[in-house]
Design a protein around this ligand. Sequence first.
Ligand code: HEM
Length: 470
Amino acid sequence: MKQASPIPTASGGLPLLGHIVPLLRAPLGFLARLPEDGDLVRVRFGPLSALVVCDPALLDHVLRDDRTFDKGGALYDRSREFFGNGLGTCPHGDHRRQRRLLQPAFHPNRLCAYVPAVTARITETIGSWQDGEVLDVVAVMQELTARITIDTMFSTTPSPDVLNQALGDLNTLLADVTVRTVTPPALDRLPTPRNRRYQQARTRLPRTLHHLVTERRAAGVDHGDLLSMMLTARDPDSGSAEQMLADDEIVDQIVSFFGAGTETAASTLAWALHLLGAHPEIEKRLQAEVDSVLAGRPATHADLPRLELTGRIITETLRLWSPAWFFTRMCTADTRLGQYAVPSGTTILYSQYLLHRQADLYPDPERFDPDRWAPDHPSPPRREAFIPFGGGARKCIANRFATSTTVLALATIAARWRLRPLPGTHVRPAVAAVIRPGGLRMRAVARSATGTGAGPRSVEGDGVELTARG
Ligand code: HEM
């Protein structure tokens, strides 16, 4: 075998501290510069170190070999504190069994069945907006996507107070988890208001979600959704009638799905609306598409292939502002990655932001250009260079569900409203477990008031597609 090449260290590190200062000061800029140093680059944070994969082919190898490059290390130890051993955080040894059990909830037939509930929730949300109202876009989208996750996956209707508390707790946890992976655990025990809030959220969120499980078990109705699947699962190998998942395991899964599904989809929609606000020419084309495809009625599953530009806008938003912007793996055996030798115990880091902004993979990478995804584009992006949903066996289980939900939401909003940027507002990426458009407030202007579009009346439609499940 060829001799392994030495792994370059990222430039700009300091003795003892390593790269902790640029990482904490400007993490996105720091990541985006790493490919200049090599295709696999070592970074150091004080005593910790990780290898960052900067090349799509090497990353493909990492994502496909999920036994050698397993979930583990500081990020997952911290994430398991509140996601438990759910699908997104469990190690390879538990993963296949869990994924087999939960995958049917994302079968194409199920996705089609979720659409009426999704459309109903979107229509209800946008129906509550007032012409000229200023929206806190991220908060509105978070509530929308949280409700969609709960309506479709768990078929329950928590009160607004319960939902808001769950969302608040989720935000507290997600805001802290990334920082906690690089700070010493002793700091978590200090009685600061921030630590107290974190601890409270960590115990309260599972408790809130536990109620969902208890209520549904008591009701005993099979809704054919994710929660029903978990409540009725039996181990096919043992042939036993014993329930496969204990209530605590089900709560871990619910926290995982609620955590993974709410913030990511909400940020994608918020970024898309922000980008459209800044690109009125693309917004006009979007309006033309939704007016022609939907013609004033609610979107159905069958419309999705014809909402072609809407889909490309979501894809390009996911390229520029993948809400999930980095993940790690732990190397479980000595191995080779391309020309490099990687010892067991090494932390590997991959980043959507880093890969999606490389000029050799995406010409003019900072430009919002949905047409780079057009089917007849002469140089389409490389498959393995587009990883908003990760890849391999750990690829997002809900990638199709998330794509169709965000496309339906964007189309439904665009049919009825224009969201205008507020003059003088400065939108900046707010970086935590997901990247959100920080400070994004927009004015909702009814399209009927601008003299275009099918207008509010017709979007309410004839109700055929609006029957909520549950
Ligand atoms: C635009 C929206 C979304 C994005 C960008 C996104 C992104 C991702 C990514 C990148 C991963 C892989 C993480 C890794 O490599 O370690 C992942 C996994 C996962 N996502 Fe999503 N996600 C989205 C929406 C959702 C939704 C709506 C749900 C649930 C309803 C969900 C549930 C999950 C779960 C359970 C996993 C773990 C899968 C496994 O390990 O087998 N995601 N997601």
